[in-house]
Design a protein. Structure first.
Length: 326
């Protein structure tokens, strides 16, 4: 299957579409009686009252989630190929994206992080353009606005502001205008949000938006390890990918090296941002899928022993299906 997706064969689009819903068999086989879709944060619903919670039936919820994942996979695939992150263009990034977005049951339904992944893929595209642009002020301003929009949907997305300065450290020499422009873009959106709250005599509610930023990072984690056994083959692939990347690191283009460093930081920031959400849920880690699956695609794009990498991928697919069903 991996060899099939190493090429830009149009038939792969049909296979990917079928694969997207194959990976959702478990939830279609045992649909919950009700699935709520919390599309916006409470402070956003104050001025955009969209009643999304009960808009979709369980079947339509899972179906549209699958369609969104498929569309995101194609967009993600295009970004990775356009920026030459793999040794040759193909549909491996899309395949890995769909696989990563099927790891856990909460990933298979509509969620705010699923919507935010559109913004995250868009941000990745813009970050990867920084090194090729003579002036990054407008790019950083746009990224700041994208992060603000994501924060209106899902508050932990605000932590992506850190990525603005990490990316600038990687790609650019210091320019205070570029460092400030991203923050200005972010504040532009929330300035209008604050004005709306002021007009409605609710400015005190606007201040409460920022309180989760003061949460302490948890020192104790309650983890049921059985729920995360499906990550074992993923971790094996990550280790193999890192070894492969290290082997080719200094033979790669400088832009490719910086791209993988930027994606690594994005992966870490996506994980760490969960602390800002008091009612944290597992679907938060859907934000880790875009930066994480680039690394998996890199491994499968460069792997040599076909019997091994094909078997490894099948083990991952079967492990996902097994843990989704049980």
């Amino acid at each position: 299957m991996i060899n099939q997706f190493r090429n830009l064969n149009p038939i792969n689009l049909l296979i990917l579409f079928a694969y997207t819903f194959f990976m959702r068999m478990a939830i279609f086989a045992d649909l919950p009686a009700q699935l709520n879709f919390e599309f916006l944060e409470s402070y956003t619903r104050f001025f955009i009252p969209i009643p999304m919670q009960s808009l979709f039936s369980p079947v339509s919820n899972v179906f549209f989630a699958g369609i969104i994942i498929f569309i995101q996979a194609i967009l993600f695939n295009r970004v990775v190929n356009n920026h030459g992150l793999l040794n040759r263009p193909g549909f491996l990034p899309a395949l890995m994206y769909i696989t990563g977005a099927s790891l856990f049951m909460p990933f298979l339904v509509l969620s705010p992080t699923l919507i935010c992944n559109f913004l995250l893929i868009w941000m990745m595209d813009k970050f990867l353009k920084i090194g090729k642009s003579p002036n990054a002020i407008m790019i950083m301003f746009d990224i700041g606005m994208i992060i603000a929009i994501g924060t209106l949907i899902y508050f932990p997305f605000i932590v992506m502001l850190i990525m603005i300065w990490l990316a600038l450290l990687l790609y650019r020499s210091f320019n205070w205008r570029e460092w400030v422009s991203g923050l200005v873009g972010f504040l532009t959106i929330f300035f209008f949000v604050g004005v709306f709250y002021y007009w409605n005599d609710s400015l005190s509610m606007f201040y409460k938006i920022w309180l989760p930023l003061g949460n302490k990072f948890p020192s104790v984690f309650k983890i049921n390890y059985n729920d995360y056994l499906v990550l074992v083959p993923v971790l094996v692939m990550m280790v193999l990918a890192i070894l492969q990347l290290r082997e080719n690191f200094f033979r790669s283009f400088i832009s490719t090296r910086k791209a993988f460093q930027m994606l690594f930081f994005m992966f870490i920031v996506s994980i760490a941002s969960f602390y800002t959400k008091p009612d944290f849920r597992l679907y938060h880690f859907l934000l880790c899928v875009p930066p994480g699956t680039v690394l998996l695609a890199y491994y499968f794009s460069n792997a040599k022993k076909r019997w091994f990498y094909e078997s490894l991928f099948l083990v991952l697919v079967f492990a996902i299906q097994y843990f989704l069903f049980v």
